[in-house]
Design a protein around this ligand. Structure first.
Ligand code: GLN
Length: 475
């Protein structure tokens, strides 16, 4: 078929393929791999009609949109007008978007074809895609393993060749970690790079739409389309996104955290893989140096205090009156009505987080938890700013292990939370971060290298990623 968006579009314009043939191909793949459970809904007829219209228009086209004919899947937390969006939750069963998310509007305006929406953890809370009202998703490389989460379906849609690129959301790693488990590229841009308008909120000061792809270049093309200021989201950054190539530094200055690479929870082979990349980078003349980082143990607790607090507030709109499932049981009063509607609608993990968030925001405990976690966040931001005075990038593992076995962590939420140790840092600090599938473990599963750059410096991130993918792929 094709290896990238550019390759595909060349084939389209040279007449060796059509949008309809391409959509048909992906629909066949989706159909053949239904058991992976990656899609919640497939927009087959609509995608074919969109493809036919694009094919019909091709001759007269002076300038095609940058995503002309590109087949995209989206996570079930992003609003696509007149299509269902449920955040994989029973509480939103049957809900239909009344508008397009800004990212969706921009995809469509650029000529993309949206083929379906993807399974995920309920309200994007989780690391395995096991917290979904639609059931779990299988990792196509090993069906006894999870694909990671929360954007597990979006990751598998690209991994298993059911679309070219997909959108997920990343609040604490939900694009990078499933990309790592599935052996593909996953980008979380800087906070504010992509508008959150039309993204169902989990933790608003962390949430960011992210992109899955097979290549860094595909992700770059997509990012260029969907990034940028938006009058509907005041946190979307004002500077327009200019991805013209700035001069690539001949040699990069890269930092790593010794504490992170020596952490007891980190799989030895993952650590060895990254150390060998460090060695190779140094041999090629880049400077790669350890930076002391003593905040590692505070990262996950701070993340879970702050995100559950924000989630408890964001999710209070699903009360069965304004939004959300309404109980049909006879109830004595309004409190009983709320309780029952929400208990019926929300799954266990979401309920756990609402309780935790409400607790840390309660008057008696606010200072002990919420204020402290905010202080940790501030320290991380300051520490990070200092690092980027001296370095172009930071490298980290994406996940401490390769893909978990299905069920392995589902009864132990704390163990699941602790596995977010390497990803939540970028969300706490707002940095852009990417997971690059550079390695293969002796257990045959892939794992990635995580690269972070300074806030708003996606240009360096993507340039360095391209270099790493071209020259540092192990094995
Ligand atoms: N695993 C993290 C969590 O459960 C990440 C979620 C996300 O990025 N949406 O919160």
């Amino acid at each position: 078929m094709f290896t990238s968006i550019t390759d595909y579009q060349q084939q389209l314009f040279s007449g060796s393929t059509t949008c309809v043939a391409t959509v048909q191909h992906y629909l066949q793949q989706i159909n053949a791999k239904k058991h992976l459970n990656a899609f919640v809904e497939v927009f087959a007829e609509e995608a074919l009609a969109q493809a036919a219209a694009l094919d019909a228009s091709r001759n007269g086209i002076v300038k095609a949109g940058p995503l002309y004919g590109v087949v995209v899947a989206i996570k079930d937390v992003i609003c696509y007008k007149e299509h269902k969006v449920t955040a994989a939750s029973k509480i939103l069963a049957g809900f239909i978007s009344v508008y397009n998310a800004t990212a969706i509007q921009r995809l469509l305006d650029a000529g993309a074809i949206i083929i379906g929406n993807c399974n995920c953890d309920e309200f994007a809370m989780g690391s395995t895609n096991e917290n979904s009202a639609y059931g779990n998703v299988l990792n196509a490389l090993d069906e006894t393993k999870v694909p990671g989460g929360s954007s597990g379906g979006s990751a598998v849609s690209v991994q298993a060749g059911m679309c070219m690129i997909s959108l997920g959301s990343d609040t604490g790693g939900s694009v990078r970690q499933p990309a790592d488990f599935c052996g593909i590229v996953g980008l979380k841009p800087s906070y504010g790079r992509i508008s959150r308008y039309g993204l169902i909120a989990y933790a608003s000061s962390f949430d960011q739409i992210g992109i899955f792809g097979n290549t860094v270049e595909d992700i770059e093309i997509t990012l260029k389309v969907i990034a940028g200021p938006d009058e509907y989201d005041s946190t979307a950054i004002e500077q327009p996104f200019l991805l013209e190539k700035k001069n690539t530094p001949a040699k990069y200055r890269i930092a790593y955290f010794e504490e992170a690479l020596q952490h007891p929870s980190l799989d030895k082979e993952i650590s060895a893989g990254i150390f060998s990349t460090i060695k190779k980078l140094k041999a090629d003349g880049h400077s790669v140096e350890p930076v002391a980082f003593d905040l590692l143990e505070y990262i996950v607790p701070a993340y879970y205090v702050l995100t559950t607090a924000e989630a408890s507030s964001n999710l209070n709109r699903y009360d069965g009156v304004r939004f959300g499932h309404r109980t049909e049981a006879a109830v004595a009063d309004l409190t009983a009505f709320y309780k029952l509607s929400r208990s019926e609608g929300f799954g266990k993990e979401v309920q756990r987080r609402i309780l935790l968030g409400t607790f840390v925001l309660s008057a008696g405990y606010f200072d002990a938890y919420f204020t402290k976690a905010q202080q940790v966040r501030r320290m991380l931001v300051n520490k990070t700013a200092a690092i980027f005075n001296d370095f172009d990038a930071i490298i980290l593992p994406t996940s401490p292990t390769t893909a978990f076995t299905i069920g392995e962590k589902s009864d132990d939420p704390i163990a699941m939370y602790l596995a977010d140790i390497y990803t939540v840092f970028a969300n706490l600090t707002g940095l852009p971060a990417i997971s690059l599938p550079l390695y293969k473990h002796s257990n045959s599963l892939p794992f990635g290298l995580q690269v972070l750059t300074n806030k708003m410096d996606e240009v360096t991130l993507l340039q360095l990623s391209t270099l790493l993918m071209q020259q540092y792929k192990a094995g």
